[in-house]
Design a binder for this molecule. Sequence first.
Ligand code: SF4
Length: 691
Amino acid sequence: DSADVDREVDSVCPYCGVGCQLTFKVKDDKIAWVEGAEGPANENRLCVKGRFGFDYIHHPHRLTVPLIRKGGAPKGMNVDPGDWSTHFREASWDEALDAAANGLKGRGREAAGFGSAKCSNEEAYLFQKLIRQGFGHNNVDHCTRLCHASSVAALLENIGSGAVTATFNEIENADVAMVIGANPTENHPVAATYFKQFAKRGGQLIVMDPRAQGLKRHASHMLQFKPGGDVAMLNAIMHVIVDEELYDRQYIAAMTENWDAMKAHLEDFPPEKMAEHCGIPAEMLRDVARVWAGAKAGMIFWGMGVSQHVHGTDNSRCLISLALMCGHVGRPGTGLHPLRGQNNVQGASDAGLIPMFLPDYRSVTDDGVRSAFEEIWGTGGIGAEKGLTVVEIMDAIHASDIRAMYILGENPAMSDPDVDHARDALGKLDHLVVQDIFLTETAMFADVILPAAAWPEKTGTVTNTNRQVQMGRPAVPAPGEAREDWWITTQIARRLGLGWSYEHPREVFTEMKKGMASLDNITWERLEGEAVTYPSSGPEDPGAAIVFSDAFPRPEGRARFTPASILPPDEVPDAEYPMVLITGRQLEHWHTGAMTRRSSALDALEPEANCALHPRTLHRLGVAAGEMVRLSTRRGTVDVMARADRAVAEDTVFLPFAYVEAAANLLTNPALDPYGKIPEFKFSAVRVEAS
Ligand code: SF4
């Protein structure tokens, strides 16, 4: 009990975008256990990761000293993360920082950086500032590119803002909610508890996904559509709303533009014609349209199943239109909510860790915006061209246009599509600096490795999927010589001649506020006492749970309908690769597995790489559940244990991407959505056979 601990420290969970507040119970400078705290998003609740996923910070693999590659040691995936002495030698901080900075200095357009959505807002801000100020261009990105970049592209285009219009907790005021391309019981588990409560109270929960899932049991409607059939399905639902005149004329007239073009476009998508495309019977599509349009208040939640397609932006355009045509934005119980993945992907994006935007999504191509930041930073020379995105940077390395990188807390050697291509690129760099808590697969290619503090060891703010800005506090000291990321980035900046002098994240936050109107009325001191949702209208205002009640941040205050046509997946199944591969996460494991596979409880629950196949598919292959199968695509081959799972369709295989020994991204397709530049992780043609 609490009497047994030395101290209790309130902070925020380091895993998903729900942003649960928690209390670390610390004994002998170790986290003994964790309890949920009374945060605005979680009200004391935690999932298995938040409650049991913390001993990774005490794992013997933690990096505790700066490392420099030994002369002649080959770069590649052949380093034991627990015994790096074969490839690296210890260095002092001064030597390692000098080496890191010297290899980056003067690179100009040949340098690029990946920051992290697992660091604080202040660290994300500093990282993008370093690349922009230090190299005069915008080649800086982070995992939002692999996550919700297409959703943000559609939201900015059509409602003028990339963040959610309502917190997920607003579902308590809704009578209908759609959850599409998301699996909240596994990926946003505490948010899912609110969704289940909503259904128990009688709310109609419409779940749409190519896989069945835990929420199905609570759903009034389950639409298990064909992979890639989403635009057809959503257009068909909207067709019915137009055809039966169920739309909200008053709202459309007052708040939107381009309705006539949208209406005309939707004529081509009757449910009877679309049923074949999406695999959902016309009558079900009609029923869903009537339920949605007949609701007093409806919300839409979506995840990577929507965004990670070559038509990801089109998917989000459809969802935005669906909400607008029924007036389901800007009132209690209504809203558009892309469920953010990482704990700080919202905040890192807000802070400008994006190649086309300075902080607060202000365009790098706008002269006035650049001068405003040049004035705040006291320097000139911010690049006027949009920078390269995650996948484009890997291509630019292959083309020898980029030769040096600084990577903070990202693991592209596991997370990029067609990961052999990404690993080859990392191996080609003249100079790679990696800053992380473990010797990740990406760090295996580094010239210099800088040991960072983990989230429970540092101070900083984070912003969750609800736009709630919250304070993270250090519970335990960082091991050995590991240091906080903001400190390391500052030291590199100083060596690049940028003259930085930050001594505490508070100073960084104060500077951020100068260029970010979204942080008006939110101060460091305030955040030490409470979470604040942006926008906040005054020092006492906890912030707006719902935005855009009377105007959108677009010309004339109007949101826009942007029609979307059906774009087939980049690669469709054929005789050689007849099935569809879908990748994603599991409840127990987080992204590339660096943290959760080193958390004893989580690793014990899910210790082995696995894929999910329908029992009839296993039977057809002559494979029993628990045996190995071989998955092959045009890019690679993976051997992995098969599980029987009726949630996947018979022509589909689901593969989590957390396991290095069966890395899903050896298989995935790097084709990009043209607007959001997000790869098509959710659809690859695959062959499955007994291994
Ligand atoms: Fe952490 Fe997300 Fe689980 Fe909450 S729901 S405890 S933020 S992983």
